[in-house]
Design a protein around this ligand. Structure first.
Ligand SMILES: *Cc1c(COP(=O)(O)O)cnc(C)c1O
Length: 427
């Protein structure tokens, strides 16, 4: 029964475009209606009709501790009692900056902002200012927030510049963005050969999460490091998802590749709006007021949001957290793979740590094109079946399922069972 969700959705449609404040929430990709939630408890979400779900969206990544973690709630409570915002510096910002720096050796200085989008937008501006060049390389299927110059579709041919992926973006803004296939060494080589001296930087999700989970091919990130160094362009890792999810030092720590700039978000706000970008001192010193590159924010470094982030990171730093996350996520992966085997299905499961995607395709998924070979109709049916059985998955084939520290053996076993039932009903 989703009576109250339905009523709220009808009301929302009259006041909010599409009834939602971020498009994927509308569940259009799975031909469903959005569910309105009342509260979250650990690994569970409870909707306005009182239905309970095991949650694999986890607010799209931030809630690595699960919902309503007591330490996070306490920090938000005490921070709010001291005041909600001062528009002036607080000690919490210094603590968060130092804590992130200690985890990310590539970061000497860091600027806190309010979202991942702000972080990538500012990092691009900074890369352009530092190199005095305009062109940016990004990869198809990687998402870096709704920044004008990064919302591009590939033009025709590999080494042509992008066209806007949304109305309202002047072509002049995307004309400087090259959109290349992820994991394609040759395309990157070719682009640098042709435009090397004009390229300010390469921005990449070191483990892609926004076309579903897609891992970098062996040597791909090292290759990006080498070629950007060779052409004196900057390497920007968008670790808005992977930062503090793949480990305390993100994907860069896992792969041992050092970017010039790093974008963070999601987990570092512990469920409140925080983003950040940071990197080498020499580059970050260009940011105002130390340097001329303007970037500002009324609520940047907001004490309540930063307190939630601090509480989250401190929990993550306790020994054994990532081992536990890995073990439980591996259990989920293996469980799903066993189900597939039992049912004679050859769908693909991609996983990196606690992010996972079940692709409804038999092709190995290594980039956006192969991800697109997935049967999204089937995924939509699967999503609805899982929902009806009390499992809330991201409402799109091209998203990561996020496992949190609140997900235990019991939740994983129940999820695997429901995957079996759902896929069996579909066969
Ligand atoms: C979510 C996300 C963003 C944008 O962050 P917002 O806080 O939604 O603006 C940027 N990059 C990546 C990789 C993301 O997953």
């Amino acid at each position: 029964m989703k009576v109250r969700s339905k009523l709220f959705y009808e009301r929302a449609l009259r006041s909010i475009p599409g009834g939602v404040n971020s498009p994927v929430r509308a569940c259009k990709a799975v031909k469903g209606d959005p569910i309105f939630f009342e509260r979250g408890e650990g690994a569970y979400l409870i909707d306005v009709d009182g239905n309970r779900y095991i949650d694999y969206v986890c607010s799209w990544g931030p809630l690595i501790l699960g919902h309503s973690h007591p330490e996070v709630i306490a920090s938000v409570y005490f921070a709010s009692k001291r005041g909600t915002s001062f528009g002036a510096p607080t000690w919490q910002e210094v603590e968060l900056a130092e804590l992130i720096k200690n985890c990310f050796p590539s970061i000497d200085k860091i600027r806190l902002v309010n979202s991942g989008t702000e972080a990538t937008m500012s990092a691009i501006r900074l890369a352009r200012a530092y190199t005095k060049r305009d062109k940016i390389i990004k990869f198809e299927g990687c998402y870096h927030g709704h920044v004008d110059s990064l919302l591009v579709k590939a033009g025709s041919g590999l080494a042509t510049f992008g066209i806007p992926a949304s109305p309202g973006i002047p072509e002049e803004l995307t004309a400087h963005t090259l959109n290349l296939p992820f994991n394609d060494f040759e395309a990157v080589e070719k682009a640098f050969k042709e435009y090397g001296k004009e390229i300010a930087g390469v921005i990449v999700e070191p483990i892609a999460g926004n076309m579903g989970v897609v891992l970098p091919k062996e040597g791909f990130l090292e290759f990006l490091r080498d070629i950007t160094t060779r052409y004196e362009a900057l390497l920007i890792f968008d670790e808005v998802i992977t930062g503090f999810r793949i480990g305390l030092s993100g994907a860069q720590g896992k792969f041992g590749v050092t970017p010039d700039l790093t974008c963070l978000g999601k987990i570092i706000g512990g469920g409140l709006p925080v983003g950040a970008y940071g990197g080498k001192s020499e580059i970050m010193s260009l940011v105002a007021p130390e340097g001329p590159v303007y970037q500002a924010g009324t609520l940047s470094g907001n004490p309540i949001a930063i307190s939630a982030g601090l509480a989250t990171l401190k929990e993550l730093m306790k020994p054994g957290t990532y081992e536990k996350l890995e073990a439980i996520s591996q259990k989920l992966e293996e469980g799903i793979k066993e189900v597939l085997k039992k049912l004679g299905l050859f769908y693909r499961v991609n996983r990196a740590g606690s992010m996972l995607t079940l692709f409804f395709t038999e092709k190995e998924v290594i980039d956006f094109q192969t991800a697109l070979s997935s049967d999204t109709q089937k995924f939509a049916i699967f999503w609805q079946k899982m929902l009806d059985k009390g499992i809330y998955l991201p409402p799109s084939q091209f998203e990561a399922w996020f496992v949190s520290l609140a997900h235990g053996e019991k939740e994983i076993e129940e999820t695997v069972e429901k995957v079996y039932e759902s896929l069996k009903e579909m066969s």
